[in-house]
Design a protein around this ligand. Structure first.
Ligand SMILES: [Zn+2]
Length: 440
């Protein structure tokens, strides 16, 4: 009796183990890390104030490579636009794909123009054991625990940095690597069910012009996610509402030798105006959900001086108040310099995507659930900035943002990690399955 029961028990265990093995996910052909290391070495820095999209031709180098890689993954309808936007479609593997909405995933190829992205030399700090990370080519560049408390949760992880002379380019090549590794994993695991997945890789996100050339209709998705965020678990369905103000001061220039009673020097009016900005309402004195006004550029000249000011707030009413303040300041300066003509012009840049996304709460909920299933503690966070998704959301492609695992964007201290890349990829794979579960 005893031995028969033992035999049944061991048979049961064998059955359970074999089921567990068959339920396991087969690894992708190439890891997210290997893809990431290849992409960051390709210089794709974009440039402000160019006439063309892409702003730099070199962004085509990565775009062309991604076209090849998408094709070799068997993805359909891979195409590259004249603006260096890569589009592709992964067909669904469901008995009836029409029941599940087409999900889009978007990442950008360019890197910030704040720091060089040439000859990026990624360094893997294997099995991180705590402490500050000194970047080898420039020991003044230190990723400190004091300024990056999340490092304390990364013990044992492999941390990826640049060498101290460039940015890393995790923003947003991590997103590209994670999306392609998701596709690769789905290829290797036909048992994972998913609807059709539209993919796009965009240029010139950092200079805010690439997305204007985005073909929403041709993309073919009902909604999308930009994979362009920061720390693991961070989902963003809210961005700034943004306006830019240009204030011009018009005076009169003459030869200084004969200027008495004739010259009107516009510079003094500009200086007076600038001195009126409230200290407590500037980017350097605000954080969290508090908006700001930011004089950031201008020209000074006797005859014409101009000042450009960014207005940022999460609420339109907050933006209206800031705009009213800037107009009142114009009146005050005019009273002091009645001979200087002052004009103020306001342009809407983009709007908080939350206003449009509130009609699609399932997009945020499903992303949170996907991260939870990857063992993360997800949370929503309002971005003190804009994303390509803020533009797309108002062109009828609702588009929240998902984390990439990256930190310290746009600088030499940028980093990501093996776990960051893998957990984000896992989250994307979970997400496509959640949409199947909710639609079938
Ligand atoms: Zn980015």
């Amino acid at each position: 009796m005893k031995s028969a029961a033992g035999l049944i028990l061991s048979l049961l265990i064998l059955l359970l183990v074999s089921q567990a093995v068959s339920a396991q996910v087969k690894p992708p052909r190439e890891t997210a890390l290997d893809r990431f290391l290849r992409y960051v070495k390709i210089d794709t820095q974009s440039k402000e104030d160019q006439e063309t999209v892409p702003s730099t031709k070199k962004q085509f180098n990565l775009a062309n490579l991604l076209v090849q890689e998408l094709k070799s993954l068997g993805v359909q309808n891979v195409r590259l636009s004249e603006y260096a936007i890569v589009y592709a479609m992964v067909p669904g593997n469901l008995p009836d794909n029409s029941k599940t909405p087409v999900i889009g995933f978007i990442s950008h190829m360019d890197t910030s123009d704040a720091v060089s992205g040439e000859n990026v030399n990624p360094i893997i700090h294997k099995n991180y054991q705590g402490g500050d990370i000194v970047l080898p080519k420039d020991p003044t560049q230190v990723i400190s625990v004091a300024k990056n408390p999340l490092l304390k949760e990364m013990i044992g992880d492999d941390i990826i940095t640049a060498d101290g002379t460039t940015l890393l380019g995790s923003d947003d090549k991590a997103g590209i690597a994670e999306i392609l590794t998701m596709v690769d994993t789905l290829n290797q695991n036909p048992q994972i069910k998913h609807g059709s997945i539209a993919i796009a890789f965009t240029p010139d996100e950092e200079v805010s012009v690439g997305i204007e050339k985005f073909d929403v209709k041709g993309f073919g998705a009902k909604f999308a996610y930009t994979v362009d965020g920061g720390e693991l678990g961070e989902i963003s369905n809210e961005t700034w509402s943004a306006r830019t103000t240009t204030v011009t001061f018009h005076g009169k220039s003459t030869h200084p030798g004969t200027a008495k009673g004739v010259m009107i020097n516009a510079m003094y009016a500009l200086a007076d105006y600038l001195a009126r900005f409230p200290r407590g309402m500037l980017p350097e004195t605000t954080e969290g959900r508090v908006g700001f006004v930011h004089p950031y550029a201008g020209t000074i000249d006797v005859e014409d001086s101009t000042l450009k000011v960014l207005l940022r707030d999460f609420e339109d009413s907050g933006l209206d108040k800031k705009e009213a303040l800037l107009r009142r300041m114009v009146q005050q300066t005019e009273r002091k310099f009645p001979q200087v003509k002052i004009a103020i012009e306001v342009k809407q840049d983009y709007k908080n995507m939350k206003a449009a996304l509130k009609d699609y709460p399932q997009l945020t909920e499903n992303a949170l659930e996907a991260a939870r299933r990857a063992g993360l503690k997800p949370f929503t966070k309002a971005i003190r900035g804009g994303t390509d998704g803020s533009n797309l959301t108002f062109r009828d492609l609702p588009c929240p943002d998902i984390f990439t695992g990256g930190h310290n964007f746009h600088g030499k201290l940028e980093f990501n990690s093996l776990r960051g890349l893998e957990k984000t990829t896992e989250t994307l794979i979970n997400l496509v399955q959640i949409f199947v579960e909710k639609s079938q």
